[in-house]
Design a protein around this ligand. Structure first.
Ligand code: SAM
Length: 183
């Protein structure tokens, strides 16, 4: 079985966007307890590297390390595990909620922006990025960076995401690294 209810959200996102094709290399940011990693294995990803602040029971077919994704060594560590750049960077990262909506919002968007920075460092040309964001979607600055760096950017609310929760996911596809160099 799936280790998390969150697994169903990724299944729904991937049914729509087909990012987890057989043979792809995947990075899972905020992987604990491992549900999204299981989905990536099941859909045939050839190499999967994950990281979480929390320890994660091993998932066959993936390598998940305990650590903070903001550690400056982490992009290279995860790329080394994959044996090259990633085709998909996915982040379901969430902070410990404070119950204070504005604070939680700011923190979750900080994680999403950090995940985007990370993705820009490790993605292969043509690669994809998925991240949990909040309510109205990505902040303008983050959206602008994504529109520069990717061919398409969409926001989705997977049916498995509770209606009353204000989480959304951003899905960016067709990474174009040359567009970043022009800036
Ligand atoms: N997608 C996962 C699954 O299906 O099992 C669930 C992920 S859970 C909603 C969010 C995770 O983000 C938590 O386990 C948390 O520890 C992790 N996280 C938050 N901040 C992080 C950071 N700075 N570095 C690594 N992981 C982080």
């Amino acid at each position: 079985g799936w280790r998390s209810r969150a697994a169903f959200k990724l299944i729904e996102i991937d049914d729509r966007f087909s990012l987890l094709k057989p043979g792809v290399k995947v990075i899972d940011l905020g992987a604990a307890p491992g549900g999204w990693t299981q989905v990536a294995v099941k859909r045939g990803a050839s190499n999967i590297a994950g990281v979480d602040l929390l320890p994660v029971d091993p998932v066959a077919g993936a390598t998940i390390i305990e650590g903070d994704f903001t550690d400056p060594a982490m992009p290279d560590r995860l790329k080394e595990i994959l044996g090259g750049p990633a085709d998909v960077v996915m982040s379901d990262m969430a902070p410990n909620t404070t119950g204070h909506a504005a604070t939680d919002h700011v923190r979750i968007m900080g994680l999403a922006e950090g995940a985007l920075d990370f993705a820009l460092q490790v993605l292969a040309e043509g690669g994809s990025f998925v991240a949990k964001v909040f309510q109205g979607g990505s902040e303008k600055e983050m959206l602008d960076s994504m529109k520069t760096a990717f061919a398409t950017v969409r926001h989705v609310k997977p049916p498995a995401s509770r209606k009353e929760s204000s989480e959304l996911y951003v899905v960016a596809t067709g990474f174009r690294p040359e567009r970043l160099k022009d800036e």
